[in-house]
Design a protein around this ligand. Structure first.
Ligand code: PHE
Length: 372
């Protein structure tokens, strides 16, 4: 076969073109291979971006090939173009997949960093509860309310008349002295007992009355095991037509109250005493809760603990509120709430009630939930 110079030339030419074509394909495959190798599973964000710019960027390798498309014979150009597009799509897909993986990893990392350690002990939300003295006061008031007593609040800041004068305190009574009473500017004072409640209520109401007045009281005492400059009392009184409310009723009401509060086996003793605002007056003792009357250190071997003051309302007190003592008669009593709850709860130091140490207060939590 004779090969003409032309055809030889053509053959050489097409060989050259073939060579260039195959070189382009080779280059494309190389670009693909290298890029895929660099886009391995461990490729970081920076490397992914570097590959993207180098291969797919505006002046990247694939663009470079496209620019040299002229060098390829026209019939080859579509195939090379398709290859370029195929590689471009493949690399773009790979990059998108990798970016997604890295994004998820970053998310997982940040979630992990902020994750809750479920094995850590939880932070307890402290539940509040009522103060033991408040609980005792409410129990006391409940018992009186059940016996038909009304609960009426009266004032802490009082004048001399309602705290002393109307209660038949003589002018020279020691309680009226500075050393016992907190006097306020302007002739007022902090009430030293809740007995002002008798006067305040009787002044504006007519018998029959059965009332308890809870409230804070103030005396110039140092805070100690037994005393506090501020404490609370419950005052109670019952007034009705003369003869309708007697000392027997006083004994009945108080015995009933004390047995309800301290227990039905509690011994109750009435002992003659003195208060300016009652006549006759009686202090009331209960059998010692610790030794049940046998005698111990707490009751100083007597078997009894003093718990409240009481008596028949003095005629002068009735007169002071505008009642005629021939027409009306009544009894009154008053007791310290802290002291009474101290005995009930078996607490031996009054100061514990005021220090607000949660370790102490929390012991009575169950009581605030109705267990006491
Ligand atoms: N007010 C008296 C006190 O504080 C208690 C009391 C009240 C006594 C009522 C008799 C009648 O000690």
């Amino acid at each position: 076969m004779r090969i003409s110079a032309w055809s030889l030339r053509l053959t050489v030419l097409s060989l050259g073109q073939w060579f260039r074509n195959s070189l382009m394909r080779e280059q494309l495959e190389e670009i693909r291979e290298r890029a895929l190798a660099e886009l391995g599973d461990d490729a970081g964000d920076a490397q992914i971006e570097a590959v993207r710019v180098r291969v797919l960027g505006r002046s990247g390798e694939l663009t470079g090939i496209m620019r040299r498309m002229r060098e390829a014979p026209p019939e080859e150009r579509p195939a090379i173009g398709r290859l370029v597009n195929e590689i471009k799509d493949q690399l773009e897909a790979r990059i998108a997949a990798l970016v997604e993986i890295r994004k998820r990893e970053a998310m997982a990392r940040s979630l992990n960093a902020a994750a809750l350690d479920v094995t850590l002990p939880g932070a307890r939300i402290a539940r509040g509860s009522l103060h033991p003295v408040t609980l005792s006061r409410e129990r006391m008031l409940d018992i009186f309310a059940a016996m038909g007593f009304e609960i009426i609040d009266t004032q802490d800041v009082e004048d001399d008349f309602h705290n002393f004068g109307a209660l038949n305190f003589p002018a020279d009574h020691p309680a009226r002295e500075m050393q016992d009473t907190f006097f306020l500017p302007g002739g007022m004072l902090l009430r030293t007992h809740t007995s002002n409640g008798q006067i305040r209520v009787m002044e504006r109401r007519r018998p029959p009355l059965a009332v308890v007045c809870p409230g804070n009281c103030y005396r110039r005492d140092e805070l100690s095991v037994r005393a506090s400059p501020m404490f609370s009392q419950i005052e109670g009184f019952m007034v009705d037509r003369a003869g309708a409310v007697t000392m027997a009723h006083l004994k009945g009401v108080l015995t009933e109250f004390l047995r309800a509060f301290f227990g039905s086996d509690t011994g109750v003793r009435f002992r003659a005493s003195f208060f300016p605002f009652t006549e006759p007056s009686a202090e009331v003792d209960i059998s010692c809760l610790l030794c049940k009357g046998a005698g111990c250190r707490v009751c100083k071997q007597s078997g009894w603990t003093e718990i409240l003051g009481s008596g028949m309302i003095h005629p002068n007190v009735l007169r002071a509120v505008g009642y005629d003592p021939k027409e009306y008669q009544g009894f009154a009593f008053g007791m310290g709430v802290e002291r009474t709850s101290l005995l009930r709860l078996g607490v031996d130091d009054l100061r514990l009630f005021f220090e607000n140490d949660l370790r102490f207060l929390e012991q009575f939590r169950s009581a605030s939930e109705g267990a006491l």
